[in-house]
Design a protein around this ligand. Structure first.
Ligand code: GLA
Length: 371
């Protein structure tokens, strides 16, 4: 299934512009399960990244962003990491060439209102948007799953962060108002409409996460050591009734394994609750996920815990948890419909009083913004 690329205009020189876009994602539940071939349940947010591509006749790439830090040139085949956001453009061309796709030079202008470092996949939105634009411009024979796979390789092979495939699958195949239930082992997906009885809140804590900082890779390593101690290649393969075996492991190893195994199970429970329209149960599962990420996986921070707790205690919120890789970033909450914006405003005000930090409400948008 190809998402259509819009061909917007001919510029003065007669060059056609190919436009690809991709939205930010928020993961509802299923955190740190994807690299264990487990289950995840993300959805898309209104924030979006757009890539506008015009082909050139040589092998130069000229990348420019509306953040206004100039034009960054590089030559296809000469990509080299270490240049900030340009690495995601260079990573796309490097990985696409390695995958055997025939490229030619282009200029690209990137525009985005996806916050960076908020745990809502700004990098996957960029690589997916660019690959969509290039697919249209160059007629590349790649489907949406291949776009997700290539985008993941940009992170793991070029940028050097050992991420799973959730973010790229979400940005490439997700839709707003619909949870995307992904089995990351098979990449099978199921679309589950979000019930009208909930409204999503997403608040950026103001603490920027940094996966390259090493916490993510460290947890990943610890979790694979835990899997090995349980005789499994992936924790996906350790069923929930094996928890007594997990409890017998050394404390830290047991905690890492317990999180992934219970979180995977919570995703399945959340899918059931979504189908049943049981929003109270869904809220409980989000709260339990947060506790597990805080206590067993230890990827939360004091500030994020405060933000999640404020949500969990709000009368219009069913449940709240950190979302994304952790060590900062955003919190997702399930609110009563029509109450999300007011609840989020109460929560961010209280957060500021308690921590001195200014957070921002990413969802729901103010009515004026949403129109
Ligand atoms: C980051 C990674 C994902 C996933 C989450 C944690 O967002 O990119 O692959 O591992 O962290 O669930």
């Amino acid at each position: 299934m190809f998402k259509p690329v819009s061909v917007t205009s001919d510029d003065a020189a007669g060059r056609v512009e190919f436009v690809g876009d991709a939205h930010a994602r928020v993961n509802l539940i299923g955190e740190h399960t994807d690299y264990h071939q487990g289950f995840v349940l993300p959805t898309l947010m209104p924030q979006c990244t757009t890539a506008r591509v015009q082909l050139r006749t040589d092998r130069m790439v000229l990348a420019h962003s509306t953040i206004g830090d100039g034009v960054h040139p590089f030559v296809l085949g000469d990509e080299s990491p270490g240049l900030g956001w340009i690495d995601y453009v260079q990573g796309v061309t490097a990985v696409a060439a390695r995958a055997g796709l025939a490229l030619q030079g282009f200029s690209v202008s990137i525009d985005s209102n996806v916050p960076v470092g908020a745990g809502v996949s700004s990098s996957a939105a960029l690589t997916v948007a660019l690959l969509r634009a290039l697919r249209g411009a160059l007629g590349l024979a790649i489907d949406d799953i291949e776009i997700a796979r290539l985008s993941q390789r940009v992170e793991t092979e070029f940028v050097g962060v050992p991420v799973g495939i959730m973010d790229q699958m979400a940005c490439s195949l997700g839709r707003q108002n619909e949870a995307l239930f992904i089995d990351t082992r098979t990449l099978a997906i199921e679309r589950i409409p979000l019930p009208s009885t909930i409204e999503l809140i997403v608040i950026d804590s103001g603490i920027k996460h940094q996966h390259a900082g090493g916490g993510y890779a460290a947890r990943k390593g610890e979790s694979f050591a835990a899997a090995a101690a349980l005789g499994a290649a992936w924790l996906r393969d350790v069923p929930i009734d094996q928890l007594p075996r997990v409890d017998a492991l050394p404390t830290e190893t047991a905690k890492r394994a317990r999180h992934v195994i219970t979180e995977n199970h919570r995703v399945l429970e959340a899918v059931k609750a979504l189908r049943d329209g049981d929003v109270a149960r869904l809220g409980e599962l989000l709260n339990a996920s947060h506790a597990s990420l805080r206590d067993d996986y230890e990827v939360s921070t004091g500030e994020i815990d405060t933000l999640a707790a404020l949500g969990q205690h709000d009368p219009d919120v069913y449940g709240a948890r950190m979302t994304g890789g952790g060590f900062g970033g955003a919190v997702v909450m399930l609110a009563r419909p029509g109450r999300g914006r007011a609840a989020a405003t109460r929560i961010t005000d209280a957060y500021r009083r308690l921590t001195g930090l200014r957070s921002s409400i990413l969802m729901p948008l103010e009515t004026a913004q949403a129109q």
